[in-house]
Design a protein around this ligand. Structure first.
Ligand SMILES: [Zn+2]
Length: 339
């Protein structure tokens, strides 16, 4: 348990830990040089030792000036619509973070510029209107209400050649039911930790092929809306870890194909579907940029792509909100190729 805690902190908080190790190394080198100088030339000792001491202090000062967590301040973009995220300020961070709930589910709470913020995932089937979060301990000075506005998601019509992917047979249905057990278990994970990497990068260098929330029709039959973001790329294209996390599930599932699920902490979970190869193991800690595997066409697909899901408070939210700065680049490739 303690080992797991240390590993998670190392994966997520590696910058301050590396900094401490570097300061210790600098100190040791400094002591070593000073002791050599003392043995060699007694007269020059004071001058050289003080020079080394100065160098040590200057190095420490430079290291201290580097921000402790360069990623901690990048939040997803707020979008208070079905499938979006509400960012709710919860007061000064001098006091411990209030436990926050939406629809009875714990909500991710993070610190930003001396304030606590709740990142509330809004389910895709939410009707426009007034909603509220509940916080413990209660505090009348904190605004807990927010208004969800309407968003019309377009319809998408897809033709699937493999009929069993649209109308599964009884055996397939048994497998689909069995698949839900490990998937739901992973999605119910809650890890209590304050250091959470929210500085996401796009997991695949490809083109945006399907947006989140599209109303879907497979072979003209209405199905569940699109629950993630699709990035198309040739099979074998690397899938990178978008932000530090722990691998909590790997598997081969009927609809999702080869799958990896990551836990980023406090109910922030991401899923990677339809992969060819998987390069990670369950329980492994991964940092931003680490390889998770490769793009593929396993499960219910029309071609090779990554289907990427992000969950907050057990709710699927639009992954594009986490990589808003990269969306125009991915989208431009899409337009170029569809011409
Ligand atoms: Zn998809």
């Amino acid at each position: 348990m303690i080992n797991k805690f240390i590993l998670r902190q190392l994966a997520i908080n590696n910058l301050p830990i590396l900094r401490s190790i570097f300061v210790c190394l600098l100190y040791c080198i400094n002591r070593r040089i000073a002791s050599y100088v003392t043995v060699d030339t007694v007269k020059k000792t004071d001058k050289k030792a003080s020079k080394m001491g100065g160098l040590f202090v200057a190095s420490c000062l430079i290291l201290l000036l580097i921000p402790i967590t360069t990623w901690a301040t990048k939040f997803p973009v707020q979008s208070v619509v079905p499938g979006g995220i509400a960012l709710m300020p919860l007061g000064e961070s001098r006091t411990p973070p209030p436990k926050t709930y939406f629809n009875k589910q714990r909500v991710l709470v993070l610190e930003h510029e001396n304030q606590w913020f709740a990142l509330v995932g809004i389910p895709l089937d939410t009707k426009p209107g007034a909603y509220h979060i509940s916080i413990k301990p209660r505090n009348k000075n904190i605004q807990t209400r927010f208004t969800v506005t309407n968003k019309e998601y377009p319809a998408q019509y897809i033709t699937i050649k493999n009929k069993r992917m649209v109308n599964p047979n009884p055996d397939d249905l048994k497998r689909i039911k069995a698949d839900r057990i490990p998937i739901n278990k992973a999605l119910q994970t809650w890890t209590e930790q304050t250091a959470i990497d929210t500085n996401f990068i796009a997991p695949v260098d490809g083109r945006l092929s399907s947006l989140f929330g599209l109303k879907r029709f497979f072979n003209n039959q209405p199905k569940n809306p699109h629950s993630g973001l699709d990035i198309a790329a040739p099979a074998g294209t690397p899938i990178k870890t978008p932000a530090s996390a722990e691998v909590i599930d790997i598997g081969n599932y009927y609809y999702n194909g080869n799958t990896v699920i990551l836990d980023h902490g406090q109910g922030l979970i991401s899923g990677y579907f339809h992969m060819t190869d998987i390069h990670v193991k369950r329980g492994q800690f991964v940092k931003q940029g680490d390889s998770l595997g490769t793009v593929g066409a396993t499960g219910r697909v029309t071609g090779p792509h990554l289907h990427w899901n992000i969950y907050l408070n057990r709710t699927k939210v639009d992954p594009a909100l986490f990589i808003a700065d990269e969306i125009p680049v991915l989208d431009a490739r899409n337009k170029k190729e569809s011409k």
